[in-house]
Design a protein around this ligand. Sequence first.
Ligand code: FES
Length: 241
Amino acid sequence: MADTVRLTIDGQEVTVPAGSTLLQAAQAAGREVPTLCYHEALTPPGLCRLCVVEVDGARTLQAACVTEARDGAVVHTRSPRVERARRTTLAMLASATNLDEAPQLQAYLQDYAADPAAFGPVARREYPLIDDNPMYVRDYSQCVLCWRCVQACATDAQYVFALTFAGRGFHTRISTAYGVSMPESPCVFCGQCVAVCPTGALKPRRTFLLEQGYTPEQLAHYAAVDHDAVHPPATHYAGQV
Ligand code: FES
């Protein structure tokens, strides 16, 4: 088998190592392909379909992050069909999720002129903030279900399996098994889920409290006394879910 494959991306010939994905080939050609569930440190789950590209001869659009680059392939990263698909995906995401703290997704929404109300009135997945441990808070109203945190918690990094999917369909959400609080779960508070979250769904508790108006001095004082002594305002606090 040849060590490299040669293909055409948006009219430009590019040679990449055999086994590369279409996303890697597009990047080698200097093309930007939007991604969401993909993270270079994690196994691509191929879930969000934001990275779809058009490949000549293929019946359906291909997810660039999980599709292998083939010799002689002719790929279009921004054809009208690709743009339409990405616009639809982004519009549906924005209609169901609070993306206020996801600047990259906001930029994509603008770039693709995606309208959250394109399919009717917006229906948001609303969940109360979960503040059940000293390390981080969870706001699943901002969760895009990309699976990154679940992977980091499982076989891609920490191997503790504290996180999983719960619910079905529109009400699917990330949860601990049986919905127990984080301290009751196998979580070891490594912070890797927070590091790979592409939105504000997972956030260091300290960052969150600073955003709520607490000063570093107040937080240092509370930490010295009791880390449970300070909580977000009650209206925004759900303890555990
Ligand atoms: Fe490729 Fe999500 S980034 S499917």
